[in-house]
Ligand binder design. Structure first.
Ligand SMILES: [Fe+2]
Ligand SMILES: [Fe+2]
Length: 181
């Protein structure tokens, strides 16, 4: 794999790994703050970021060895409203800046495995940003997020709050594979 794409993919792996942890912590806080459905959304999204980290790690399968990895990651342990804002900011950074730039480099270098892993990620992150925004609107009005269900596509990281999809709208995985939170 070309060095620049490998660096970018390791950085994205680092960012996704941190998001995975951060959302578990913020999910526990949402539960404590009395927003159980927001907590479920954080836990499902935490696992979605694990899916993305795993895709990136596997795309890097031939890049063996030890590397210093630099990646952006939000910090702060505040109210659930503040934590949701942190989550929205992180998702939007990935959607608007990080992945478009990394995908452009990978396309230039014709790195198919990297392109495919990062396209899955960017499409799912758009959905995450939307759902966290919806959650923040509810929390800022003093209520929990309203959702029929909280479902995760374990193939690409898509999340549904309705369960009305037949298959995953992003990767076409069968709905029977979806995990409920
Ligand atoms: Fe995300
Ligand atoms: Fe999917």
């Amino acid at each position: 794999m070309n060095a620049m794409t490998a660096d970018n993919l390791r950085s994205a792996y680092g960012g996704e790994s941190q998001a995975h942890m951060r959302y578990r912590i913020w999910g526990d806080k949402a539960e404590k703050d009395g927003f159980p459905t927001v907590a479920r959304l954080f836990m499902a999204t935490s696992d979605a970021e694990e899916v993305h980290a795993t895709l990136h790690f596997k795309a890097l399968k031939d890049e063996k060895g030890s590397f210093s990895v630099t990646s952006g990651g939000g910090f702060g342990y505040g109210s659930t409203s503040e934590n949701l804002q942190g989550a929205i900011d992180g998702e939007l950074f990935e959607v608007e800046q990080m992945y478009p730039a990394y995908i452009a480099v990978a396309e230039m270098q014709n790195e198919k495995a990297a392109i495919s892993a990062m396209r899955y990620a960017i499409e799912a992150e758009k959905v995450h940003a939307e759902l966290f925004t919806k959650a923040k609107e509810a929390v800022d009005q003093g209520r929990d997020l309203e959702a029929e269900t909280v479902l995760l596509c374990p193939v690409c990281g898509f999340i549904s709050l309705t369960g009305e999809e037949d298959n995953c709208p992003l990767c076409n995985a069968k709905k029977e594979l979806f995990k409920e939170y």
